[in-house]
Design a protein around this ligand. Sequence first.
Ligand SMILES: [Zn+2]
Ligand SMILES: [Zn+2]
Length: 337
Amino acid sequence: MNRALVLEENAILRWREIPDAPVAGWYRMRIAAAGICGSDIGRGFGNGAYHYPLVMGHEFSAIVEEAPSGGRVAPGTLCAVYPLLPCGKCHACAKGWIHLCEHYDYFGSRRDGAFAEYLYVPESNLLPVSGRVSAEEAAMVEPAAVAHRGTHGFDVDEGFGTFVIGGGPIGILAAQWLRIRGAGKVVVGDVDAAKLEFARKLGFEAVDTSGFNHGTHGIHGSGFDVVVEACGRASTRELAIDCCARRGTVSFIGNPTEDWTLPKTAFSSALRRELSVRFNWNSLPRPDWTEVLDHIGKDLALKPLITARVSMADGASAFAHILAHDTFHCKTLLVNE
Ligand SMILES: [Zn+2]
Ligand SMILES: [Zn+2]
């Protein structure tokens, strides 16, 4: 038997029994904790689901309940679970870029996910975690890995001024990675006073980006060496290009929420600064997930980002609070007691 928070149709979530759906050779996992992602809001409440009914939930930790015969992960093992199921046949898969697979499946979007009691998962998606990592932290590995993807692969050093636009969970995690990578200055920008306050509590300089004046920021007063855009609005993408220093890097993580036209003058100015632009998508088990697992509880703090814990069965109320904006939240976790 299995129970899940089922998205019956747009904006209708119901906790109910669902058929247990074993897959031969996969593990039966008991979900420990699952985070609500910003994308779940659009998916569940903005007509963004692939199909109905759907069980959402792609940021999660789970405990092995039953291993398939020959399985190498023992019952009782706490795992962070990589949510993407690659086809294994396309060009991207052949290159090892499974996160860019052309025909992927995905827990919590294309197929049922983790807002449930149980889920069947293949061994290749299980990342067992060590004893110092809690189930709640293990559920935060996915967003931390997405933030890692957008902040690695380019130079950062102590002489660097870095700027993260967007003070949501991904932005805060990106700021942590830039600090871990040794950036001398890490600034978080947002227009929401509560998010700025939260970023300050975590030790970051935080600035209100409404009416932000580009050229005068960063370490050299001529912009930031690295700008990570973790918001997805047209204005924040333009700001990212605008406030990047000469020969700097702009790294886009934020899912776009609207079209964006880059004015000719802004494009010309970007050419004259020889900006590098990176687009980032999702995360890879290696290095993104393994890096997160190495840093959790040392210099990567995930617990402070968890601002609400709600029982899985009451998941609909957690979504209602997020939609109503009635309390500040960074990451809400749904947990199975
Ligand atoms: Zn997500
Ligand atoms: Zn593929």
